[in-house]
Design a protein around this ligand. Sequence first.
Ligand code: BES
Ligand code: ZN
Ligand code: ZN
Length: 509
Amino acid sequence: MEINVISGAIQATEDELIVVNLFEGVEKPGGATGAVDKAMGGVIGEAIARGDFRGKQGEVAVFYPRGAIPAVRVLVVGLGPQDKFSLQGVREAAATAARKARELGVPSFSSIIHGAGAGGLELESAAQAAAEGTILGLYRYQELKNKPPDRPDPEQFTLVLLDEANLPAAEAGADVGQIVAEAACLARDLINRPANYATPSDLAELAMEIASQFGAMRCQVLDEEDAAELGMGSFLGVAQGSDEPAAFIVMEHNPGREDLDTVVLVGKAITFDTGGISLKPSEHLDRMRGDLGGGAAVLATMLAVGQLELPLHVVGLVPATENMPGGQAYKPGDVLTAMNGKTIEIISTDAEGRLILADALAYASRFEPKAVVDLATLTGACVIALGRGVAAGVFSTDEGLLARLQVASQASGERIWHMPLYDEYLDGLESLTADLANSGGDRFGGVGASAMFLKQFADNYPWAHLDIAGMTFEERPGTPKRPAHLQKGGTGFGVRLMVQLLRDWSTAG
Ligand code: BES
Ligand code: ZN
Ligand code: ZN
């Protein structure tokens, strides 16, 4: 989709459709909406007065100016109550409008920047959120369907603002928004893509392709032999049950730039999690193709980082493998040795994510990073604790890093909730035969235990762990409660959050 920013009055804009907005409970539209209403002889005001349009979030109304203004159609989108409005409201309104535009079949539409007027939001961020909402709202997964969708996507979207002096800020925001949202759509694709189309080798190939687009990016794919040489026994233990060759992907933006801060991102990429010998029940097992959600977020973030040319040394580590049962598969009771020498007794082969992350976190040390953030669809326990689609759990050994993540979470609208790293969680991971076990005997405190397990391998640097198990796959039915920028299936959670973290880091240091 092509996104442009122009200056001018929305009521004078010539397009198939123009979009204005209304806060809930406003009786007399002001600003741009008021100007359009006035030019059309008060039809919007009448819809409000008759109670036909109330400005609720997700509400839309279409008007036909019939020559009163140059636009063919006018769409009014509800913003909800003004006191609750935020950048997330901008994404919502933009997504709602974009979907309506597609439903109407228009190839091109224009919109004011929601929130920049009466909403009181900073223009650049509002423009970014508008671009994000538009692209995320229109996302659909079509790759494997022969029949094209009934309604094609609009091809052109124009943001219209009144004051020409604000053009550069709005353009900058819209550019960032487009890059971030398109990256998030790539992550969604990887999550939705069936496991037979998204193997570890496929991910490795994609990582190479991403890196090759940028002069400042490098990608190295370690195969199983390389991993064995490095002593990644924990990662390879998980991989040994699968006929698909595993890949340990190492991407580097600005490699060798010792003048820049180093941040390492680590993403769990189990391309399919059967549970292994500790086999999962078959119900909803297809969703376990989404067990690469963390890795998908890291690959997509690297794409955005390359496009944004961030002045940071960013490393993306993606250990990728299937978790399969089979004659070669690792078994409960087996003991694996991780790259840092620690021995791990396998209690459950379904607690495989922490095993591949253990080696990746140990590998991360060699970059002497200022911070390491891992993203993983790690535990069902986190979903039990925080709910589906509500918030990711965040664990951290560093207050400063945690604070940075919380700031990025606010700005990006991707929610995280702080969880504790209590030593007691480690007690359950005591092992008879090894340094530690990969899982405790009972279900209680499972999310804390998983994080404390990881901490044993992340001891050389400030570290944060995001458990995104409940956030990667949107599975609620299509009720109005589901935000308009989300569809069923992959969400791309983590991309907006990580890009925001890295952008803030590169500007503030
Ligand atoms: N990939 C799963 C976690 C998961 C659950 C992701 C639901 C998305 C939705 C992970 O590998 C797993 O199976 N974890 C086990 C750990 C247990 C065996 C200690 C779990 O959560 O049950
Ligand atoms: Zn598992
Ligand atoms: Zn898993």
